[in-house]
Design a protein around this ligand. Structure first.
Ligand code: FE2
Length: 377
């Protein structure tokens, strides 16, 4: 493998979409023990082994395991020693998302366009090469210690990125039907939602497609505000949450306290059959927030007719909401680490393009019960 920094020239042309994105390329987590995390995501969530990099492949200071399920790719990275950016990240935040990587046709142009609009560089355009071709990576900072990496892989035929080798494993749990990233939510500090909305508008050319204020999203205690940012073609959606004043501590504030700063709150993953997916995830030990059974007594009055039988939704705790375009089914996991930080959402869209506003109250009451049990309410 060779690494080259690509020379950049000054071109900034304003076009309709100056940053065309083809979707989420991968999500990289910095974790305390990547080997065990990979086992967890394979076993519990149904990922398959894809690629590995570490001392055996010439990467002496860290290991990365790449796992995949359909169009969903996770990278789990652990440093082998202290006194480096990854070890510091884990020390401060615990296990968490470092990279939201975006698939582009031209990573050099993506970097130039975003830097010209005020983005802060994390990685200058860099070409990685091996016998399978070339991947170009570049990156910018976003909220907290989180970054976006632009990935250009149109000239690459290898398994992941140069420097990685195929990870052959004889342990291959079956898929749970998880398909792709639907959206990734960031929690930002008090009064920081609008500056980050502006960042996504100005630097990445995203649009604010939905907003929720504290009247939409507040229970007695756990208030928050949220604005949903979407790129031009809608493939990439980043809602941004900020805590709001309530009687007691906001759930976003609890996250900020334990992540010790801003970061990714949840990754929402699409499925084409949420009943089968969630039944399988629960069988494999994934824990979900549960709303009271009374939710199901009135839910169909609120959302109208749906194609699914209600009883499996009730048994599994799957929530339902409707907007002008259709309905959606969703469920939220409990945090997947000991700190009350990152969790996952499983979502099946049946026309609806929104985010389950009608479920917020029931959901946040469930969340508050968990928060209270931790003594943080
Ligand atoms: Fe969500």
């Amino acid at each position: 493998m060779s690494t080259t920094t690509i020379a950049t020239k000054n071109t900034s042309t304003a076009t309709a979409d100056f940053l065309p994105l083809n979707g989420t390329d991968y999500i990289e987590f910095y974790v305390g023990n990547a080997k065990q995390a990979a086992h967890f995501y394979k076993t519990a969530f149904g990922f398959q082994s894809l690629a590995y990099a570490g001392p055996e492949t010439g990467m002496m200071d860290k290991v990365s395991y790449v796992i995949r399920q359909n169009k969903l790719t996770f990278v789990l990275t652990t440093p082998l020693k202290t006194n480096n950016e990854i070890a510091d990240h884990i020390y401060k935040h615990g296990d968490g998302v470092k990279v939201l990587a975006l698939m582009v046709d031209d990573a050099t142009d993506a970097w130039k366009q975003t830097i010209a609009r005020g983005g802060k560089s994390y990685k200058e355009p860099t070409a990685l090469k091996d016998e399978n071709g070339e991947v170009i990576l570049s990156g910018i900072h976003t909220y907290g210690d989180t970054v976006h990496i632009f990935v250009e892989r149109k000239n690459y035929k290898g398994v992941f990125i140069p420097g990685f080798k195929k990870w052959e494993s004889n342990y291959n749990p079956t898929s749970t039907g998880l398909l792709y990233v639907d959206h990734c939510v960031g929690n930002v500090d008090w009064n920081q939602m609008d500056p980050w909305v502006k960042f996504y508008e100005e630097v990445l050319g995203f649009k604010n497609i939905l907003s929720f204020d504290d009247k939409d999203i507040s229970t007695e205690y756990s208030a928050l505000m949220s604005k949903v940012m979407s790129n031009g073609n809608g493939y990439v959606k980043f809602p941004i949450n900020e805590p709001a004043e309530g009687k007691k501590k906001s759930q976003v504030e609890e996250y900020l306290d334990f992540y010790q700063g801003e970061g990714v709150q949840h990754v929402a993953i699409a499925t084409a059959n949420i009943v089968e997916t969630v039944a399988e995830l629960q069988k494999r030990g994934v824990e979900f927030l549960k709303v009271p059974q009374s939710y199901y007594d009135t839910v169909l009055d609120r959302v109208g007719q749906i194609e699914e039988e209600l009883s499996p939704l009730r048994e599994l705790g799957i929530l339902i909401d409707r907007d002008d375009e259709g309905y959606l089914l969703q469920i939220f996991s409990k945090p997947v680490e000991d700190r009350p930080t990152l969790f996952f959402e499983i979502i099946q869209r049946k026309g609806a393009q929104s985010f389950g506003k009608g479920n917020f109250k029931a959901l946040f009451e469930a969340l508050e019960r968990e928060q209270a049990a931790r003594g943080n309410l």
